[in-house]
Design a binder for this molecule. Structure first.
Ligand code: NAD
Length: 346
């Protein structure tokens, strides 16, 4: 397959690019290179003859038309987005622009391209979204593909809007789309402003480890390389017009996750006192969703996909990766806003 991946210099997109090239697919990585991008994430495949990079913005229709015409991809795997909830609280406009207007621009460019090619049945527009569109859960229950949308942050509202646009382009124009909604990802190349890297890097620096609120919030952690595998599975085998939830079967309270990471660091980089002594509870995120949990039975039953990495294994691999790749994260820590508390302007 020849796949155009948007956002392929970001955290999840780069995992998809690496895996797709490894599996012999031809990949065009389209990325605007915002603050969240890092081309080092794709260094392992950058010299492959199967890989091409195009710096472009998904809001730039002329650039999209040119790139689609010159590469003529069989599929678009759309991951480009503004992705950090805290930044969406302080500055929602960028989320509306990229996640909603950008997705609409990309959808329409894809439709024009698909129609110019004679509407091939095999073409796919695969939109990557989040479980956050479903809102928040109490102590029990799981998000299914039929859970009503109830987004509560500017980020999740912008992603929900983009999901609706994708369905509209399918229903109205017949564009062959696929949708996936996944839980929180973690793993190698995770940008250092997100929870797991923050915990690892604060602990290594001997600085207070910030935990929002009481740390009771529950997330279902999905190892990023498992997610990349799930995305390629849906792209290859998913039913057009259908959406699939992707989860890791790894529900954990934030405070337990943070303690587990501290324990891994105690084993690998022992300090005078346990790293967990650095845990500091800070003011909660406004509108902080309490619990996300995914029912991933559709992708398991219909496409035969299940996650392969337990949270224990995945966290150990992630901590080891950060210990081995200090040059990578030190460079990104210099970027605007990284290392500062964001999302307090509500
Ligand atoms: P990321 O922030 O690490 O990467 C986003 C990438 O998109 C960056 O490389 C950035 O340069 C690029 N980008 C941003 N705006 C762009 C624009 N206007 N034009 C072109 N490129 C642009 O994000 P991520 O964590 O890898 O998430 C990827 C996708 O998965 C997003 O759509 C996100 O909503 C979704 N998602 C992420 C998670 C998660 O846990 N990280 C969970 C569920 C869903």
């Amino acid at each position: 397959m020849k796949v155009l991946v948007t956002g392929g210099a970001g955290f999840i997109g780069s995992a998809v690019v690496r895996l797709a090239v490894e599996r012999g697919h031809e990949v065009i990585n389209l990325d605007a290179l915002t603050y969240a991008a890092c081309l080092d994430n794709v260094a392992p495949v950058a010299r492959s003859s199967l890989y091409t990079f195009e710096q472009a913005d998904i809001r730039d229709r002329a650039a999209l038309d040119r790139i689609l015409l010159s590469h003529n991809p069989d599929a678009i795997l759309h991951l480009a987005a503004e992705s950090h909830v805290d930044r969406s609280i302080d500055g929602p406009a960028a989320f509306i622009d990229t996640n909603i207007t950008g997705t609409a621009t990309l959808l329409d460019a894809a439709r024009a391209h698909w129609e110019a090619q004679g509407r091939p049945e095999s073409f796919r527009f695969h939109h990557v979204s989040t479980d956050e569109v479903f809102g928040t859960l109490g102590d029990t229950g799981l998000f299914t593909e039929d859970t009503p949308y109830d987004p509560r942050s500017p980020y999740s509202a912008s992603k929900a809007s983009s999901d609706h646009l994708v369905r509209a382009w399918h229903e109205t124009y017949g564009l062959p789309v696929l949708l996936t909604n996944c839980s929180n990802n973690y793993g190698p190349y995770h940008f250092p402003e997100k929870l797991i890297p923050v915990v690892i890097l604060k602990a290594l620096a001997g600085e207070p480890i910030p935990v929002y609120g009481t740390g009771e919030n529950v997330r279902d952690w999905l190892y990023v390389e498992d997610h990349a595998d799930a995305l390629l599975t849906v792209l290859e085998k998913g039913q057009v017009g259908r959406s699939y939830n992707i989860g890791g079967h790894n529900e954990m309270r934030n405070i337990d996750l943070v303690r587990a990471i501290c324990g891994l660091l105690d084993e690998r980089r022992p300090d005078a006192s346990p790293h967990a002594d650095l845990i500091t509870f800070v003011t909660d995120r406004p509108g902080h969703d309490m619990r996300y949990a995914i029912d991933a039975s559709r992708i398991q039953n219909e496409l035969g996909w299940t996650p392969s990495v337990t949270v224990e294994e995945g966290l150990a691999r992630t901590v080891d990766w950060f210990l081995d790749n200090e040059e990578w994260w030190r460079a990104l820590q210099k970027r605007d806003g990284v290392g500062r508390r964001l999302g307090t302007k509500a």
